[in-house]
Each structure stands twice: as structure tokens, then as C-alpha cells.
Design a protein around this ligand. Structure first.
Ligand SMILES: Cc1cc2nc3c(=O)[nH]c(=O)nc-3n(C[C@H](O)[C@H](O)[C@H](O)COP(=O)(O)O)c2cc1C
Length: 408
């Protein structure tokens, strides 16, 4: 089969060329708006910042002006048509933090400051990230106003539970900047995978020798997490089964944490019944010790460890496959298409994603990868991309084959 040239990127994960209006209102979390601007700009977006008078008591307009590289708008009378013109080309309108006060004003249709007035005139997608003391967030009036906004099609980015700036504990702390960026990408992404059920696995497993030692591998789960997030942005229902000891943004994704290959197998088997597509990006351990000791082995007490092959999750799932599709991964040293195609057949994969772990920026631990997408007809080679961009290309390939009914 002919090897194709690297393809040009075509995906929606980045915020490049997106116009975002950020409205900052007067809560303690207003200081985090500086970080929101930095992150969104890093993602390629351009920002126009609006501030209420109260917000400018918490963070100076000068700071946000410098960070956004644009004028910050606060006064509806300074630039008389600003409330109509500023948002005209915006892809999304983000209110972060959103005070109880601004939520109430917007819910009741008021427009006596630059934020509430601009929202009244905006016809696009509005996200708001409430931030307040937990008693305020639980207040029935606030709850009711949030419900009103949601019914109107606004997207709430719910606050987190934890210690609050006032020293109390409870739900009210503004969502993390990571979560806010994730929600913007989610809202902006076309939903071409809506109605699909996708089961994704990520990360390594641990095969214990004794209670304090195990066999594992350096997988960080970043590729699998990116695949789960991108499937969610594209509208799929997603379940993520993820290996031990990992951190990552799994905002809004049903996530099952597992430790051993056997635990991963049991969960994959269970959710496979539900899924239309299994994306097996995890790196389960290939071997497990023949004996797992219940107590810690003394250093001197062991000379060698006898291993047996761990369960091969994919080969086992092949038996239950039915009409489901499987995308598998192979990390190896050197591309051997014939060997990979044999592996695809053996393990019931429809698509195999290969990455050469000897290449710079590819594989374990990196935020980037260099992938080949292989099916029974063709091989596509891609340049170095972020793992989210890789995920986009993998689903683009999968969806086009679904459409063509060429996927076997
Ligand atoms: C020190 C301080 C902290 C405040 N923090 C919050 C907050 O986190 N969330 C909130 O909804 N209101 C908070 N408020 C109250 C708002 O600042 C107040 O309701 C103000 O009118 C909001 O105006 P705006 O919605 O136009 O920005 C705080 C007030 C003070 C004095």
C-alpha cells in the first residue's frame, strides 16, 4: 500500500483567529481574569475586555489592557455605540468571574453597565463562570437566576467546591482557567460526533510485585485524555477509563480510575457493551509477576521475579466486538506497516495509530506527537502536532470512513 505525504492540519481544537469578549465583574476572582487572558491569547484568540466599575476595584484596567493588547471598556457613555459594536464579531462572550449581581441583572434584562448592556445586544454564545461565597451560590434567588440564563441557552461553567477566599469551605470558587478554556473549546466545536458513545482508555497500569512495588511504563495518559476531550467537544458521550497516578483535565467527562490491567479489563469489558467506538490509547502493562506478595519482600529475600503475560485487553474485546469499531495504538521503535497490519487483524482494530517513540517530541510524556494513521487501505503520516490536534485528525479519519462505509 502506498505511503502518503504528511497532511496539512485541519482541526478546530485551537482558538486561533477566534474573537472572544471577556467580561470581568466585581468578585474576588477578578484577579484570575489576567490568567484567563494570557491562556486564551496563548491559544491564539484575540480578546476584547469589558469591566464593570466594581471589577476595576479588584484589578486595574491597565493590567488587563496590557495583557489583552487592546483598550478595556468600562463606561457605556465614553464610546456611545461600544455596547453594540464591541461584540459584533465575537465568536463567544465569556463572563468570568460572574457575580451574583451581574447574573441577576442579565436574568432580568437590565442593561445599566457595559457588561449587562453588551449581553443584551449579543446574539452569539454566552458562557458565565459564577464565583461567590457558597451561601450566595446556594441562595434560591441566585439559583433561580442561573436557571433562567441556562434556559435562555447561556452556558454555565459551574464553580468548584473547596476553600473560598473568605476563609469558608463550600461550592463557589470560580472554575479553573483550564476548565474555562476547555468549555470555550467545547462550545465552539462543531458537534459531528453527536449521538456517538465513545469509550477511551488512557495511561499505564500497575502490576504489583508486593504492596509497595510494581511493574509499569512511562505513559502519562496525555494522548488518551486528549482523545476523550476532543470526542466530547465533537458532541460524543464519553467514558474514560484511566490508569493509575495520572493528573489531567477530565472536565465533564465520566472517568473511571483503575490501577491494574485486570481492573482496566473489567471496566473496558463493562463499558464496551455500551460503546459504539473503543479508542484504546492506554498502555496496559504487558507482563505481570506470577506471584503477588501480600507483604513487602525484603531486599535480600529476592533474586529474580518470574513474569507471565498480562491480559491482552484488545484481543479479548475482539470477541465481543459485534458492529462496534476499535481504534488501537502502537508505540514502537521503527515503522513496519506489514507488522502493524497483522497486529490490527489479530486484535480486531479498524484503525491503528502508530507513533515512533524514538522520534523527538513523540510518545510518552510529551504534549505533542507524530502519528501515522493506518487502516486496511492507506497510511497517513502527520507532522509533529499537539496531542489534541492528533486526536482531531484521528476522529476526522474515523468519521470520513464511517461516512464512506469503508471502515471494516
Ligand atoms: C471584598 C468584596 C468581595 C466580593 N466578592 C464577591 C464575589 O466573589 N462574588 C460576588 O458575586 N460578589 C462579590 N462581592 C459583591 C460585589 O462586588 C457587588 O455585588 C458588586 O455590586 C458587583 O458589581 P458588578 O456585578 O457590577 O461587578 C464582593 C464585594 C466585596 C466588597
Amino acid at each position: 500500500m502506498k505511503k502518503k505525504k504528511p497532511l496539512l492540519l485541519m482541526n478546530c481544537t485551537s482558538l486561533k483567529n477566534k474573537e472572544i469578549v471577556l467580561a470581568v465583574t466585581g468578585g474576588i476572582a477578578a484577579y484570575k481574569s489576567a490568567e484567563i487572558i494570557r491562556r486564551l491569547k496563548k491559544e491564539g484568540a484575540s480578546l476584547t475586555v469589558l469591566m464593570t466599575e466594581a471589577a476595576s476595584r479588584f484589578i486595574t484596567p491597565l493590567t488587563l489592557e496590557v495583557l489583552s493588547s487592546r483598550k478595556v471598556y468600562r463606561d457605556i457613555f465614553e464610546d456611545p455605540l461600544s455596547h453594540l459594536q464591541l461584540t459584533e464579531n465575537a465568536d463567544v462572550f465569556l463572563i468570568a468571574p460572574a457575580t451574583a449581581n451581574i447574573i441577576s441583572k442579565i436574568a432580568s434584562g437590565m442593561g445599566d453597565d457595559i457588561v449587562s448592556l453588551s449581553v443584551l445586544a449579543y446574539k452569539g454564545k454566552v458562557l458565565f463562570a459564577p464565583s461567590m461565597n457558597w451561601r450566595m451560590y446556594e441562595n434560591p434567588a441566585v439559583k433561580n437566576n442561573i436557571d433562567i440564563l441556562k434556559r435562555r441557552g447561556f452556558y454555565e461553567i459551574p464553580p468548584e467546591a473547596g476553600s473560598l477566599a473568605c476563609g469558608e469551605e463550600g461550592r463557589g470558587r470560580m472554575a479553573s482557567v483550564d476548565t474555562i478554556v476547555d468549555c470555550i473549546k467545547d462550545v465552539l466545536h462543531p458537534k459531528d460526533m453527536a449521538g456517538m458513545k465513545v469509550l477511551v482508555t488512557a495511561g499505564p497500569t500497575r502490576e504489583y510485585i508486593d504492596p509497595v512495588r510494581f511493574i509499569s511504563n512511562p505513559s502519562t495518559g496525555k494522548m488518551g485524555i486528549a482523545l476523550a476531550r476532543v470526542a466530547k467537544w465533537r458532541g460524543a458521550e464519553v467514558v474514560l477509563v484511566i490508569g493509575a497516578g495520572l493528573q489531567g483535565n477530565v472536565n465533564g467527562i465520566d472517568t473511571v480510575w483503575v490501577e491494574t490491567t485486570e481492573e482496566m479489563y473489567k471496566n473496558v469489558k463493562e463499558y464496551f457493551k455500551w460503546a459504539d467506538l473503543l479508542v484504546m490509547a492506554a498502555a496496559p502493562s504487558d507482563f505481570s509477576p506470577k506471584v503477588r506478595h501480600d507483604t513487602k519482600i525484603e531486599k535480600e529475600g529476592i533474586k529474580s521475579i518470574e513474569l507471565s503475560p498480562a491480559r491482552d485487553i484488545l484481543s479479548t474485546m475482539k470477541r465481543y466486538k459485534g458492529g462496534r469499531k476499535i481504534i488501537g495504538f502502537s508505540a514502537d521503535t521503527g515503522l513496519d506497516i506489514a507488522k502493524l497490519r497483522r497486529k490490527m487483524t489479530k486484535k480486531g482494530m479498524d484503525i491503528l495509530v502508530f507513533n515512533d517513540v524514538t522520534l523527538k517530541g513523540a510518545g510518552f510524556g510529551y504534549d505533542t506527537n507524530r502519528i501515522y494513521i493506518i487502516d486496511r487501505r492507506e497510511v497517513k503520516e502527520f507532522p509533529l502536532m499537539s496531542k489534541e490536534e492528533c486526536a482531531e485528525e484521528i476522529y476526522n479519519h474515523f468519521m470520513s470512513y464511517q461516512g464512506d462505509k469503508k471502515c471494516q
